[in-house]
Design a protein around this ligand. Structure first.
Ligand SMILES: [Mg+2]
Length: 107
């Protein structure tokens, strides 16, 4: 299954339930962060013994809202990730950043 097919399923779910009225860019961005909190909760107190099924479910929620926000803003998810990656590669050249977690401004 590819991203386009998943996007079509998300759009169908939204249309059938008349939920688009609730999916403003602001609400979708809020939902990404709320679901991100739920994902983080999976690792609360014990980061080594987590429930992988719960992690998968929360990660799917985060990704779903990210895809819906991309769709709402007419953005290609692969294209914006690729574009950002090119920027990151320039900020963190291998010769300076390899094996370090230092911010690029301090490399
Ligand atoms: Mg959730």
């Amino acid at each position: 299954m590819d991203i386009q097919t998943v996007m079509e399923e998300l759009n169908q779910m939204t249309a059938e339930r008349d939920w688009d009225q609730f999916h403003s860019p602001e609400n979708l961005a809020k939902s990404i962060m709320i679901e991100g909190g739920e994902l983080l909760e999976c690792f609360q107190w014990d980061a080594e013994h987590y429930d992988l099924d719960r992690v998968k479910a929360e990660l799917a929620d985060v990704l779903s809202y990210c895809l819906m926000l991309c769709d709402k803003l007419h953005l290609d998810p692969a294209q914006i990730v690729h574009g950002k990656l090119q920027s990151t590669l320039k900020k963190y050249p291998v010769e300076k950043a390899k094996g370090k977690n230092t911010k690029y401004t301090d490399l």
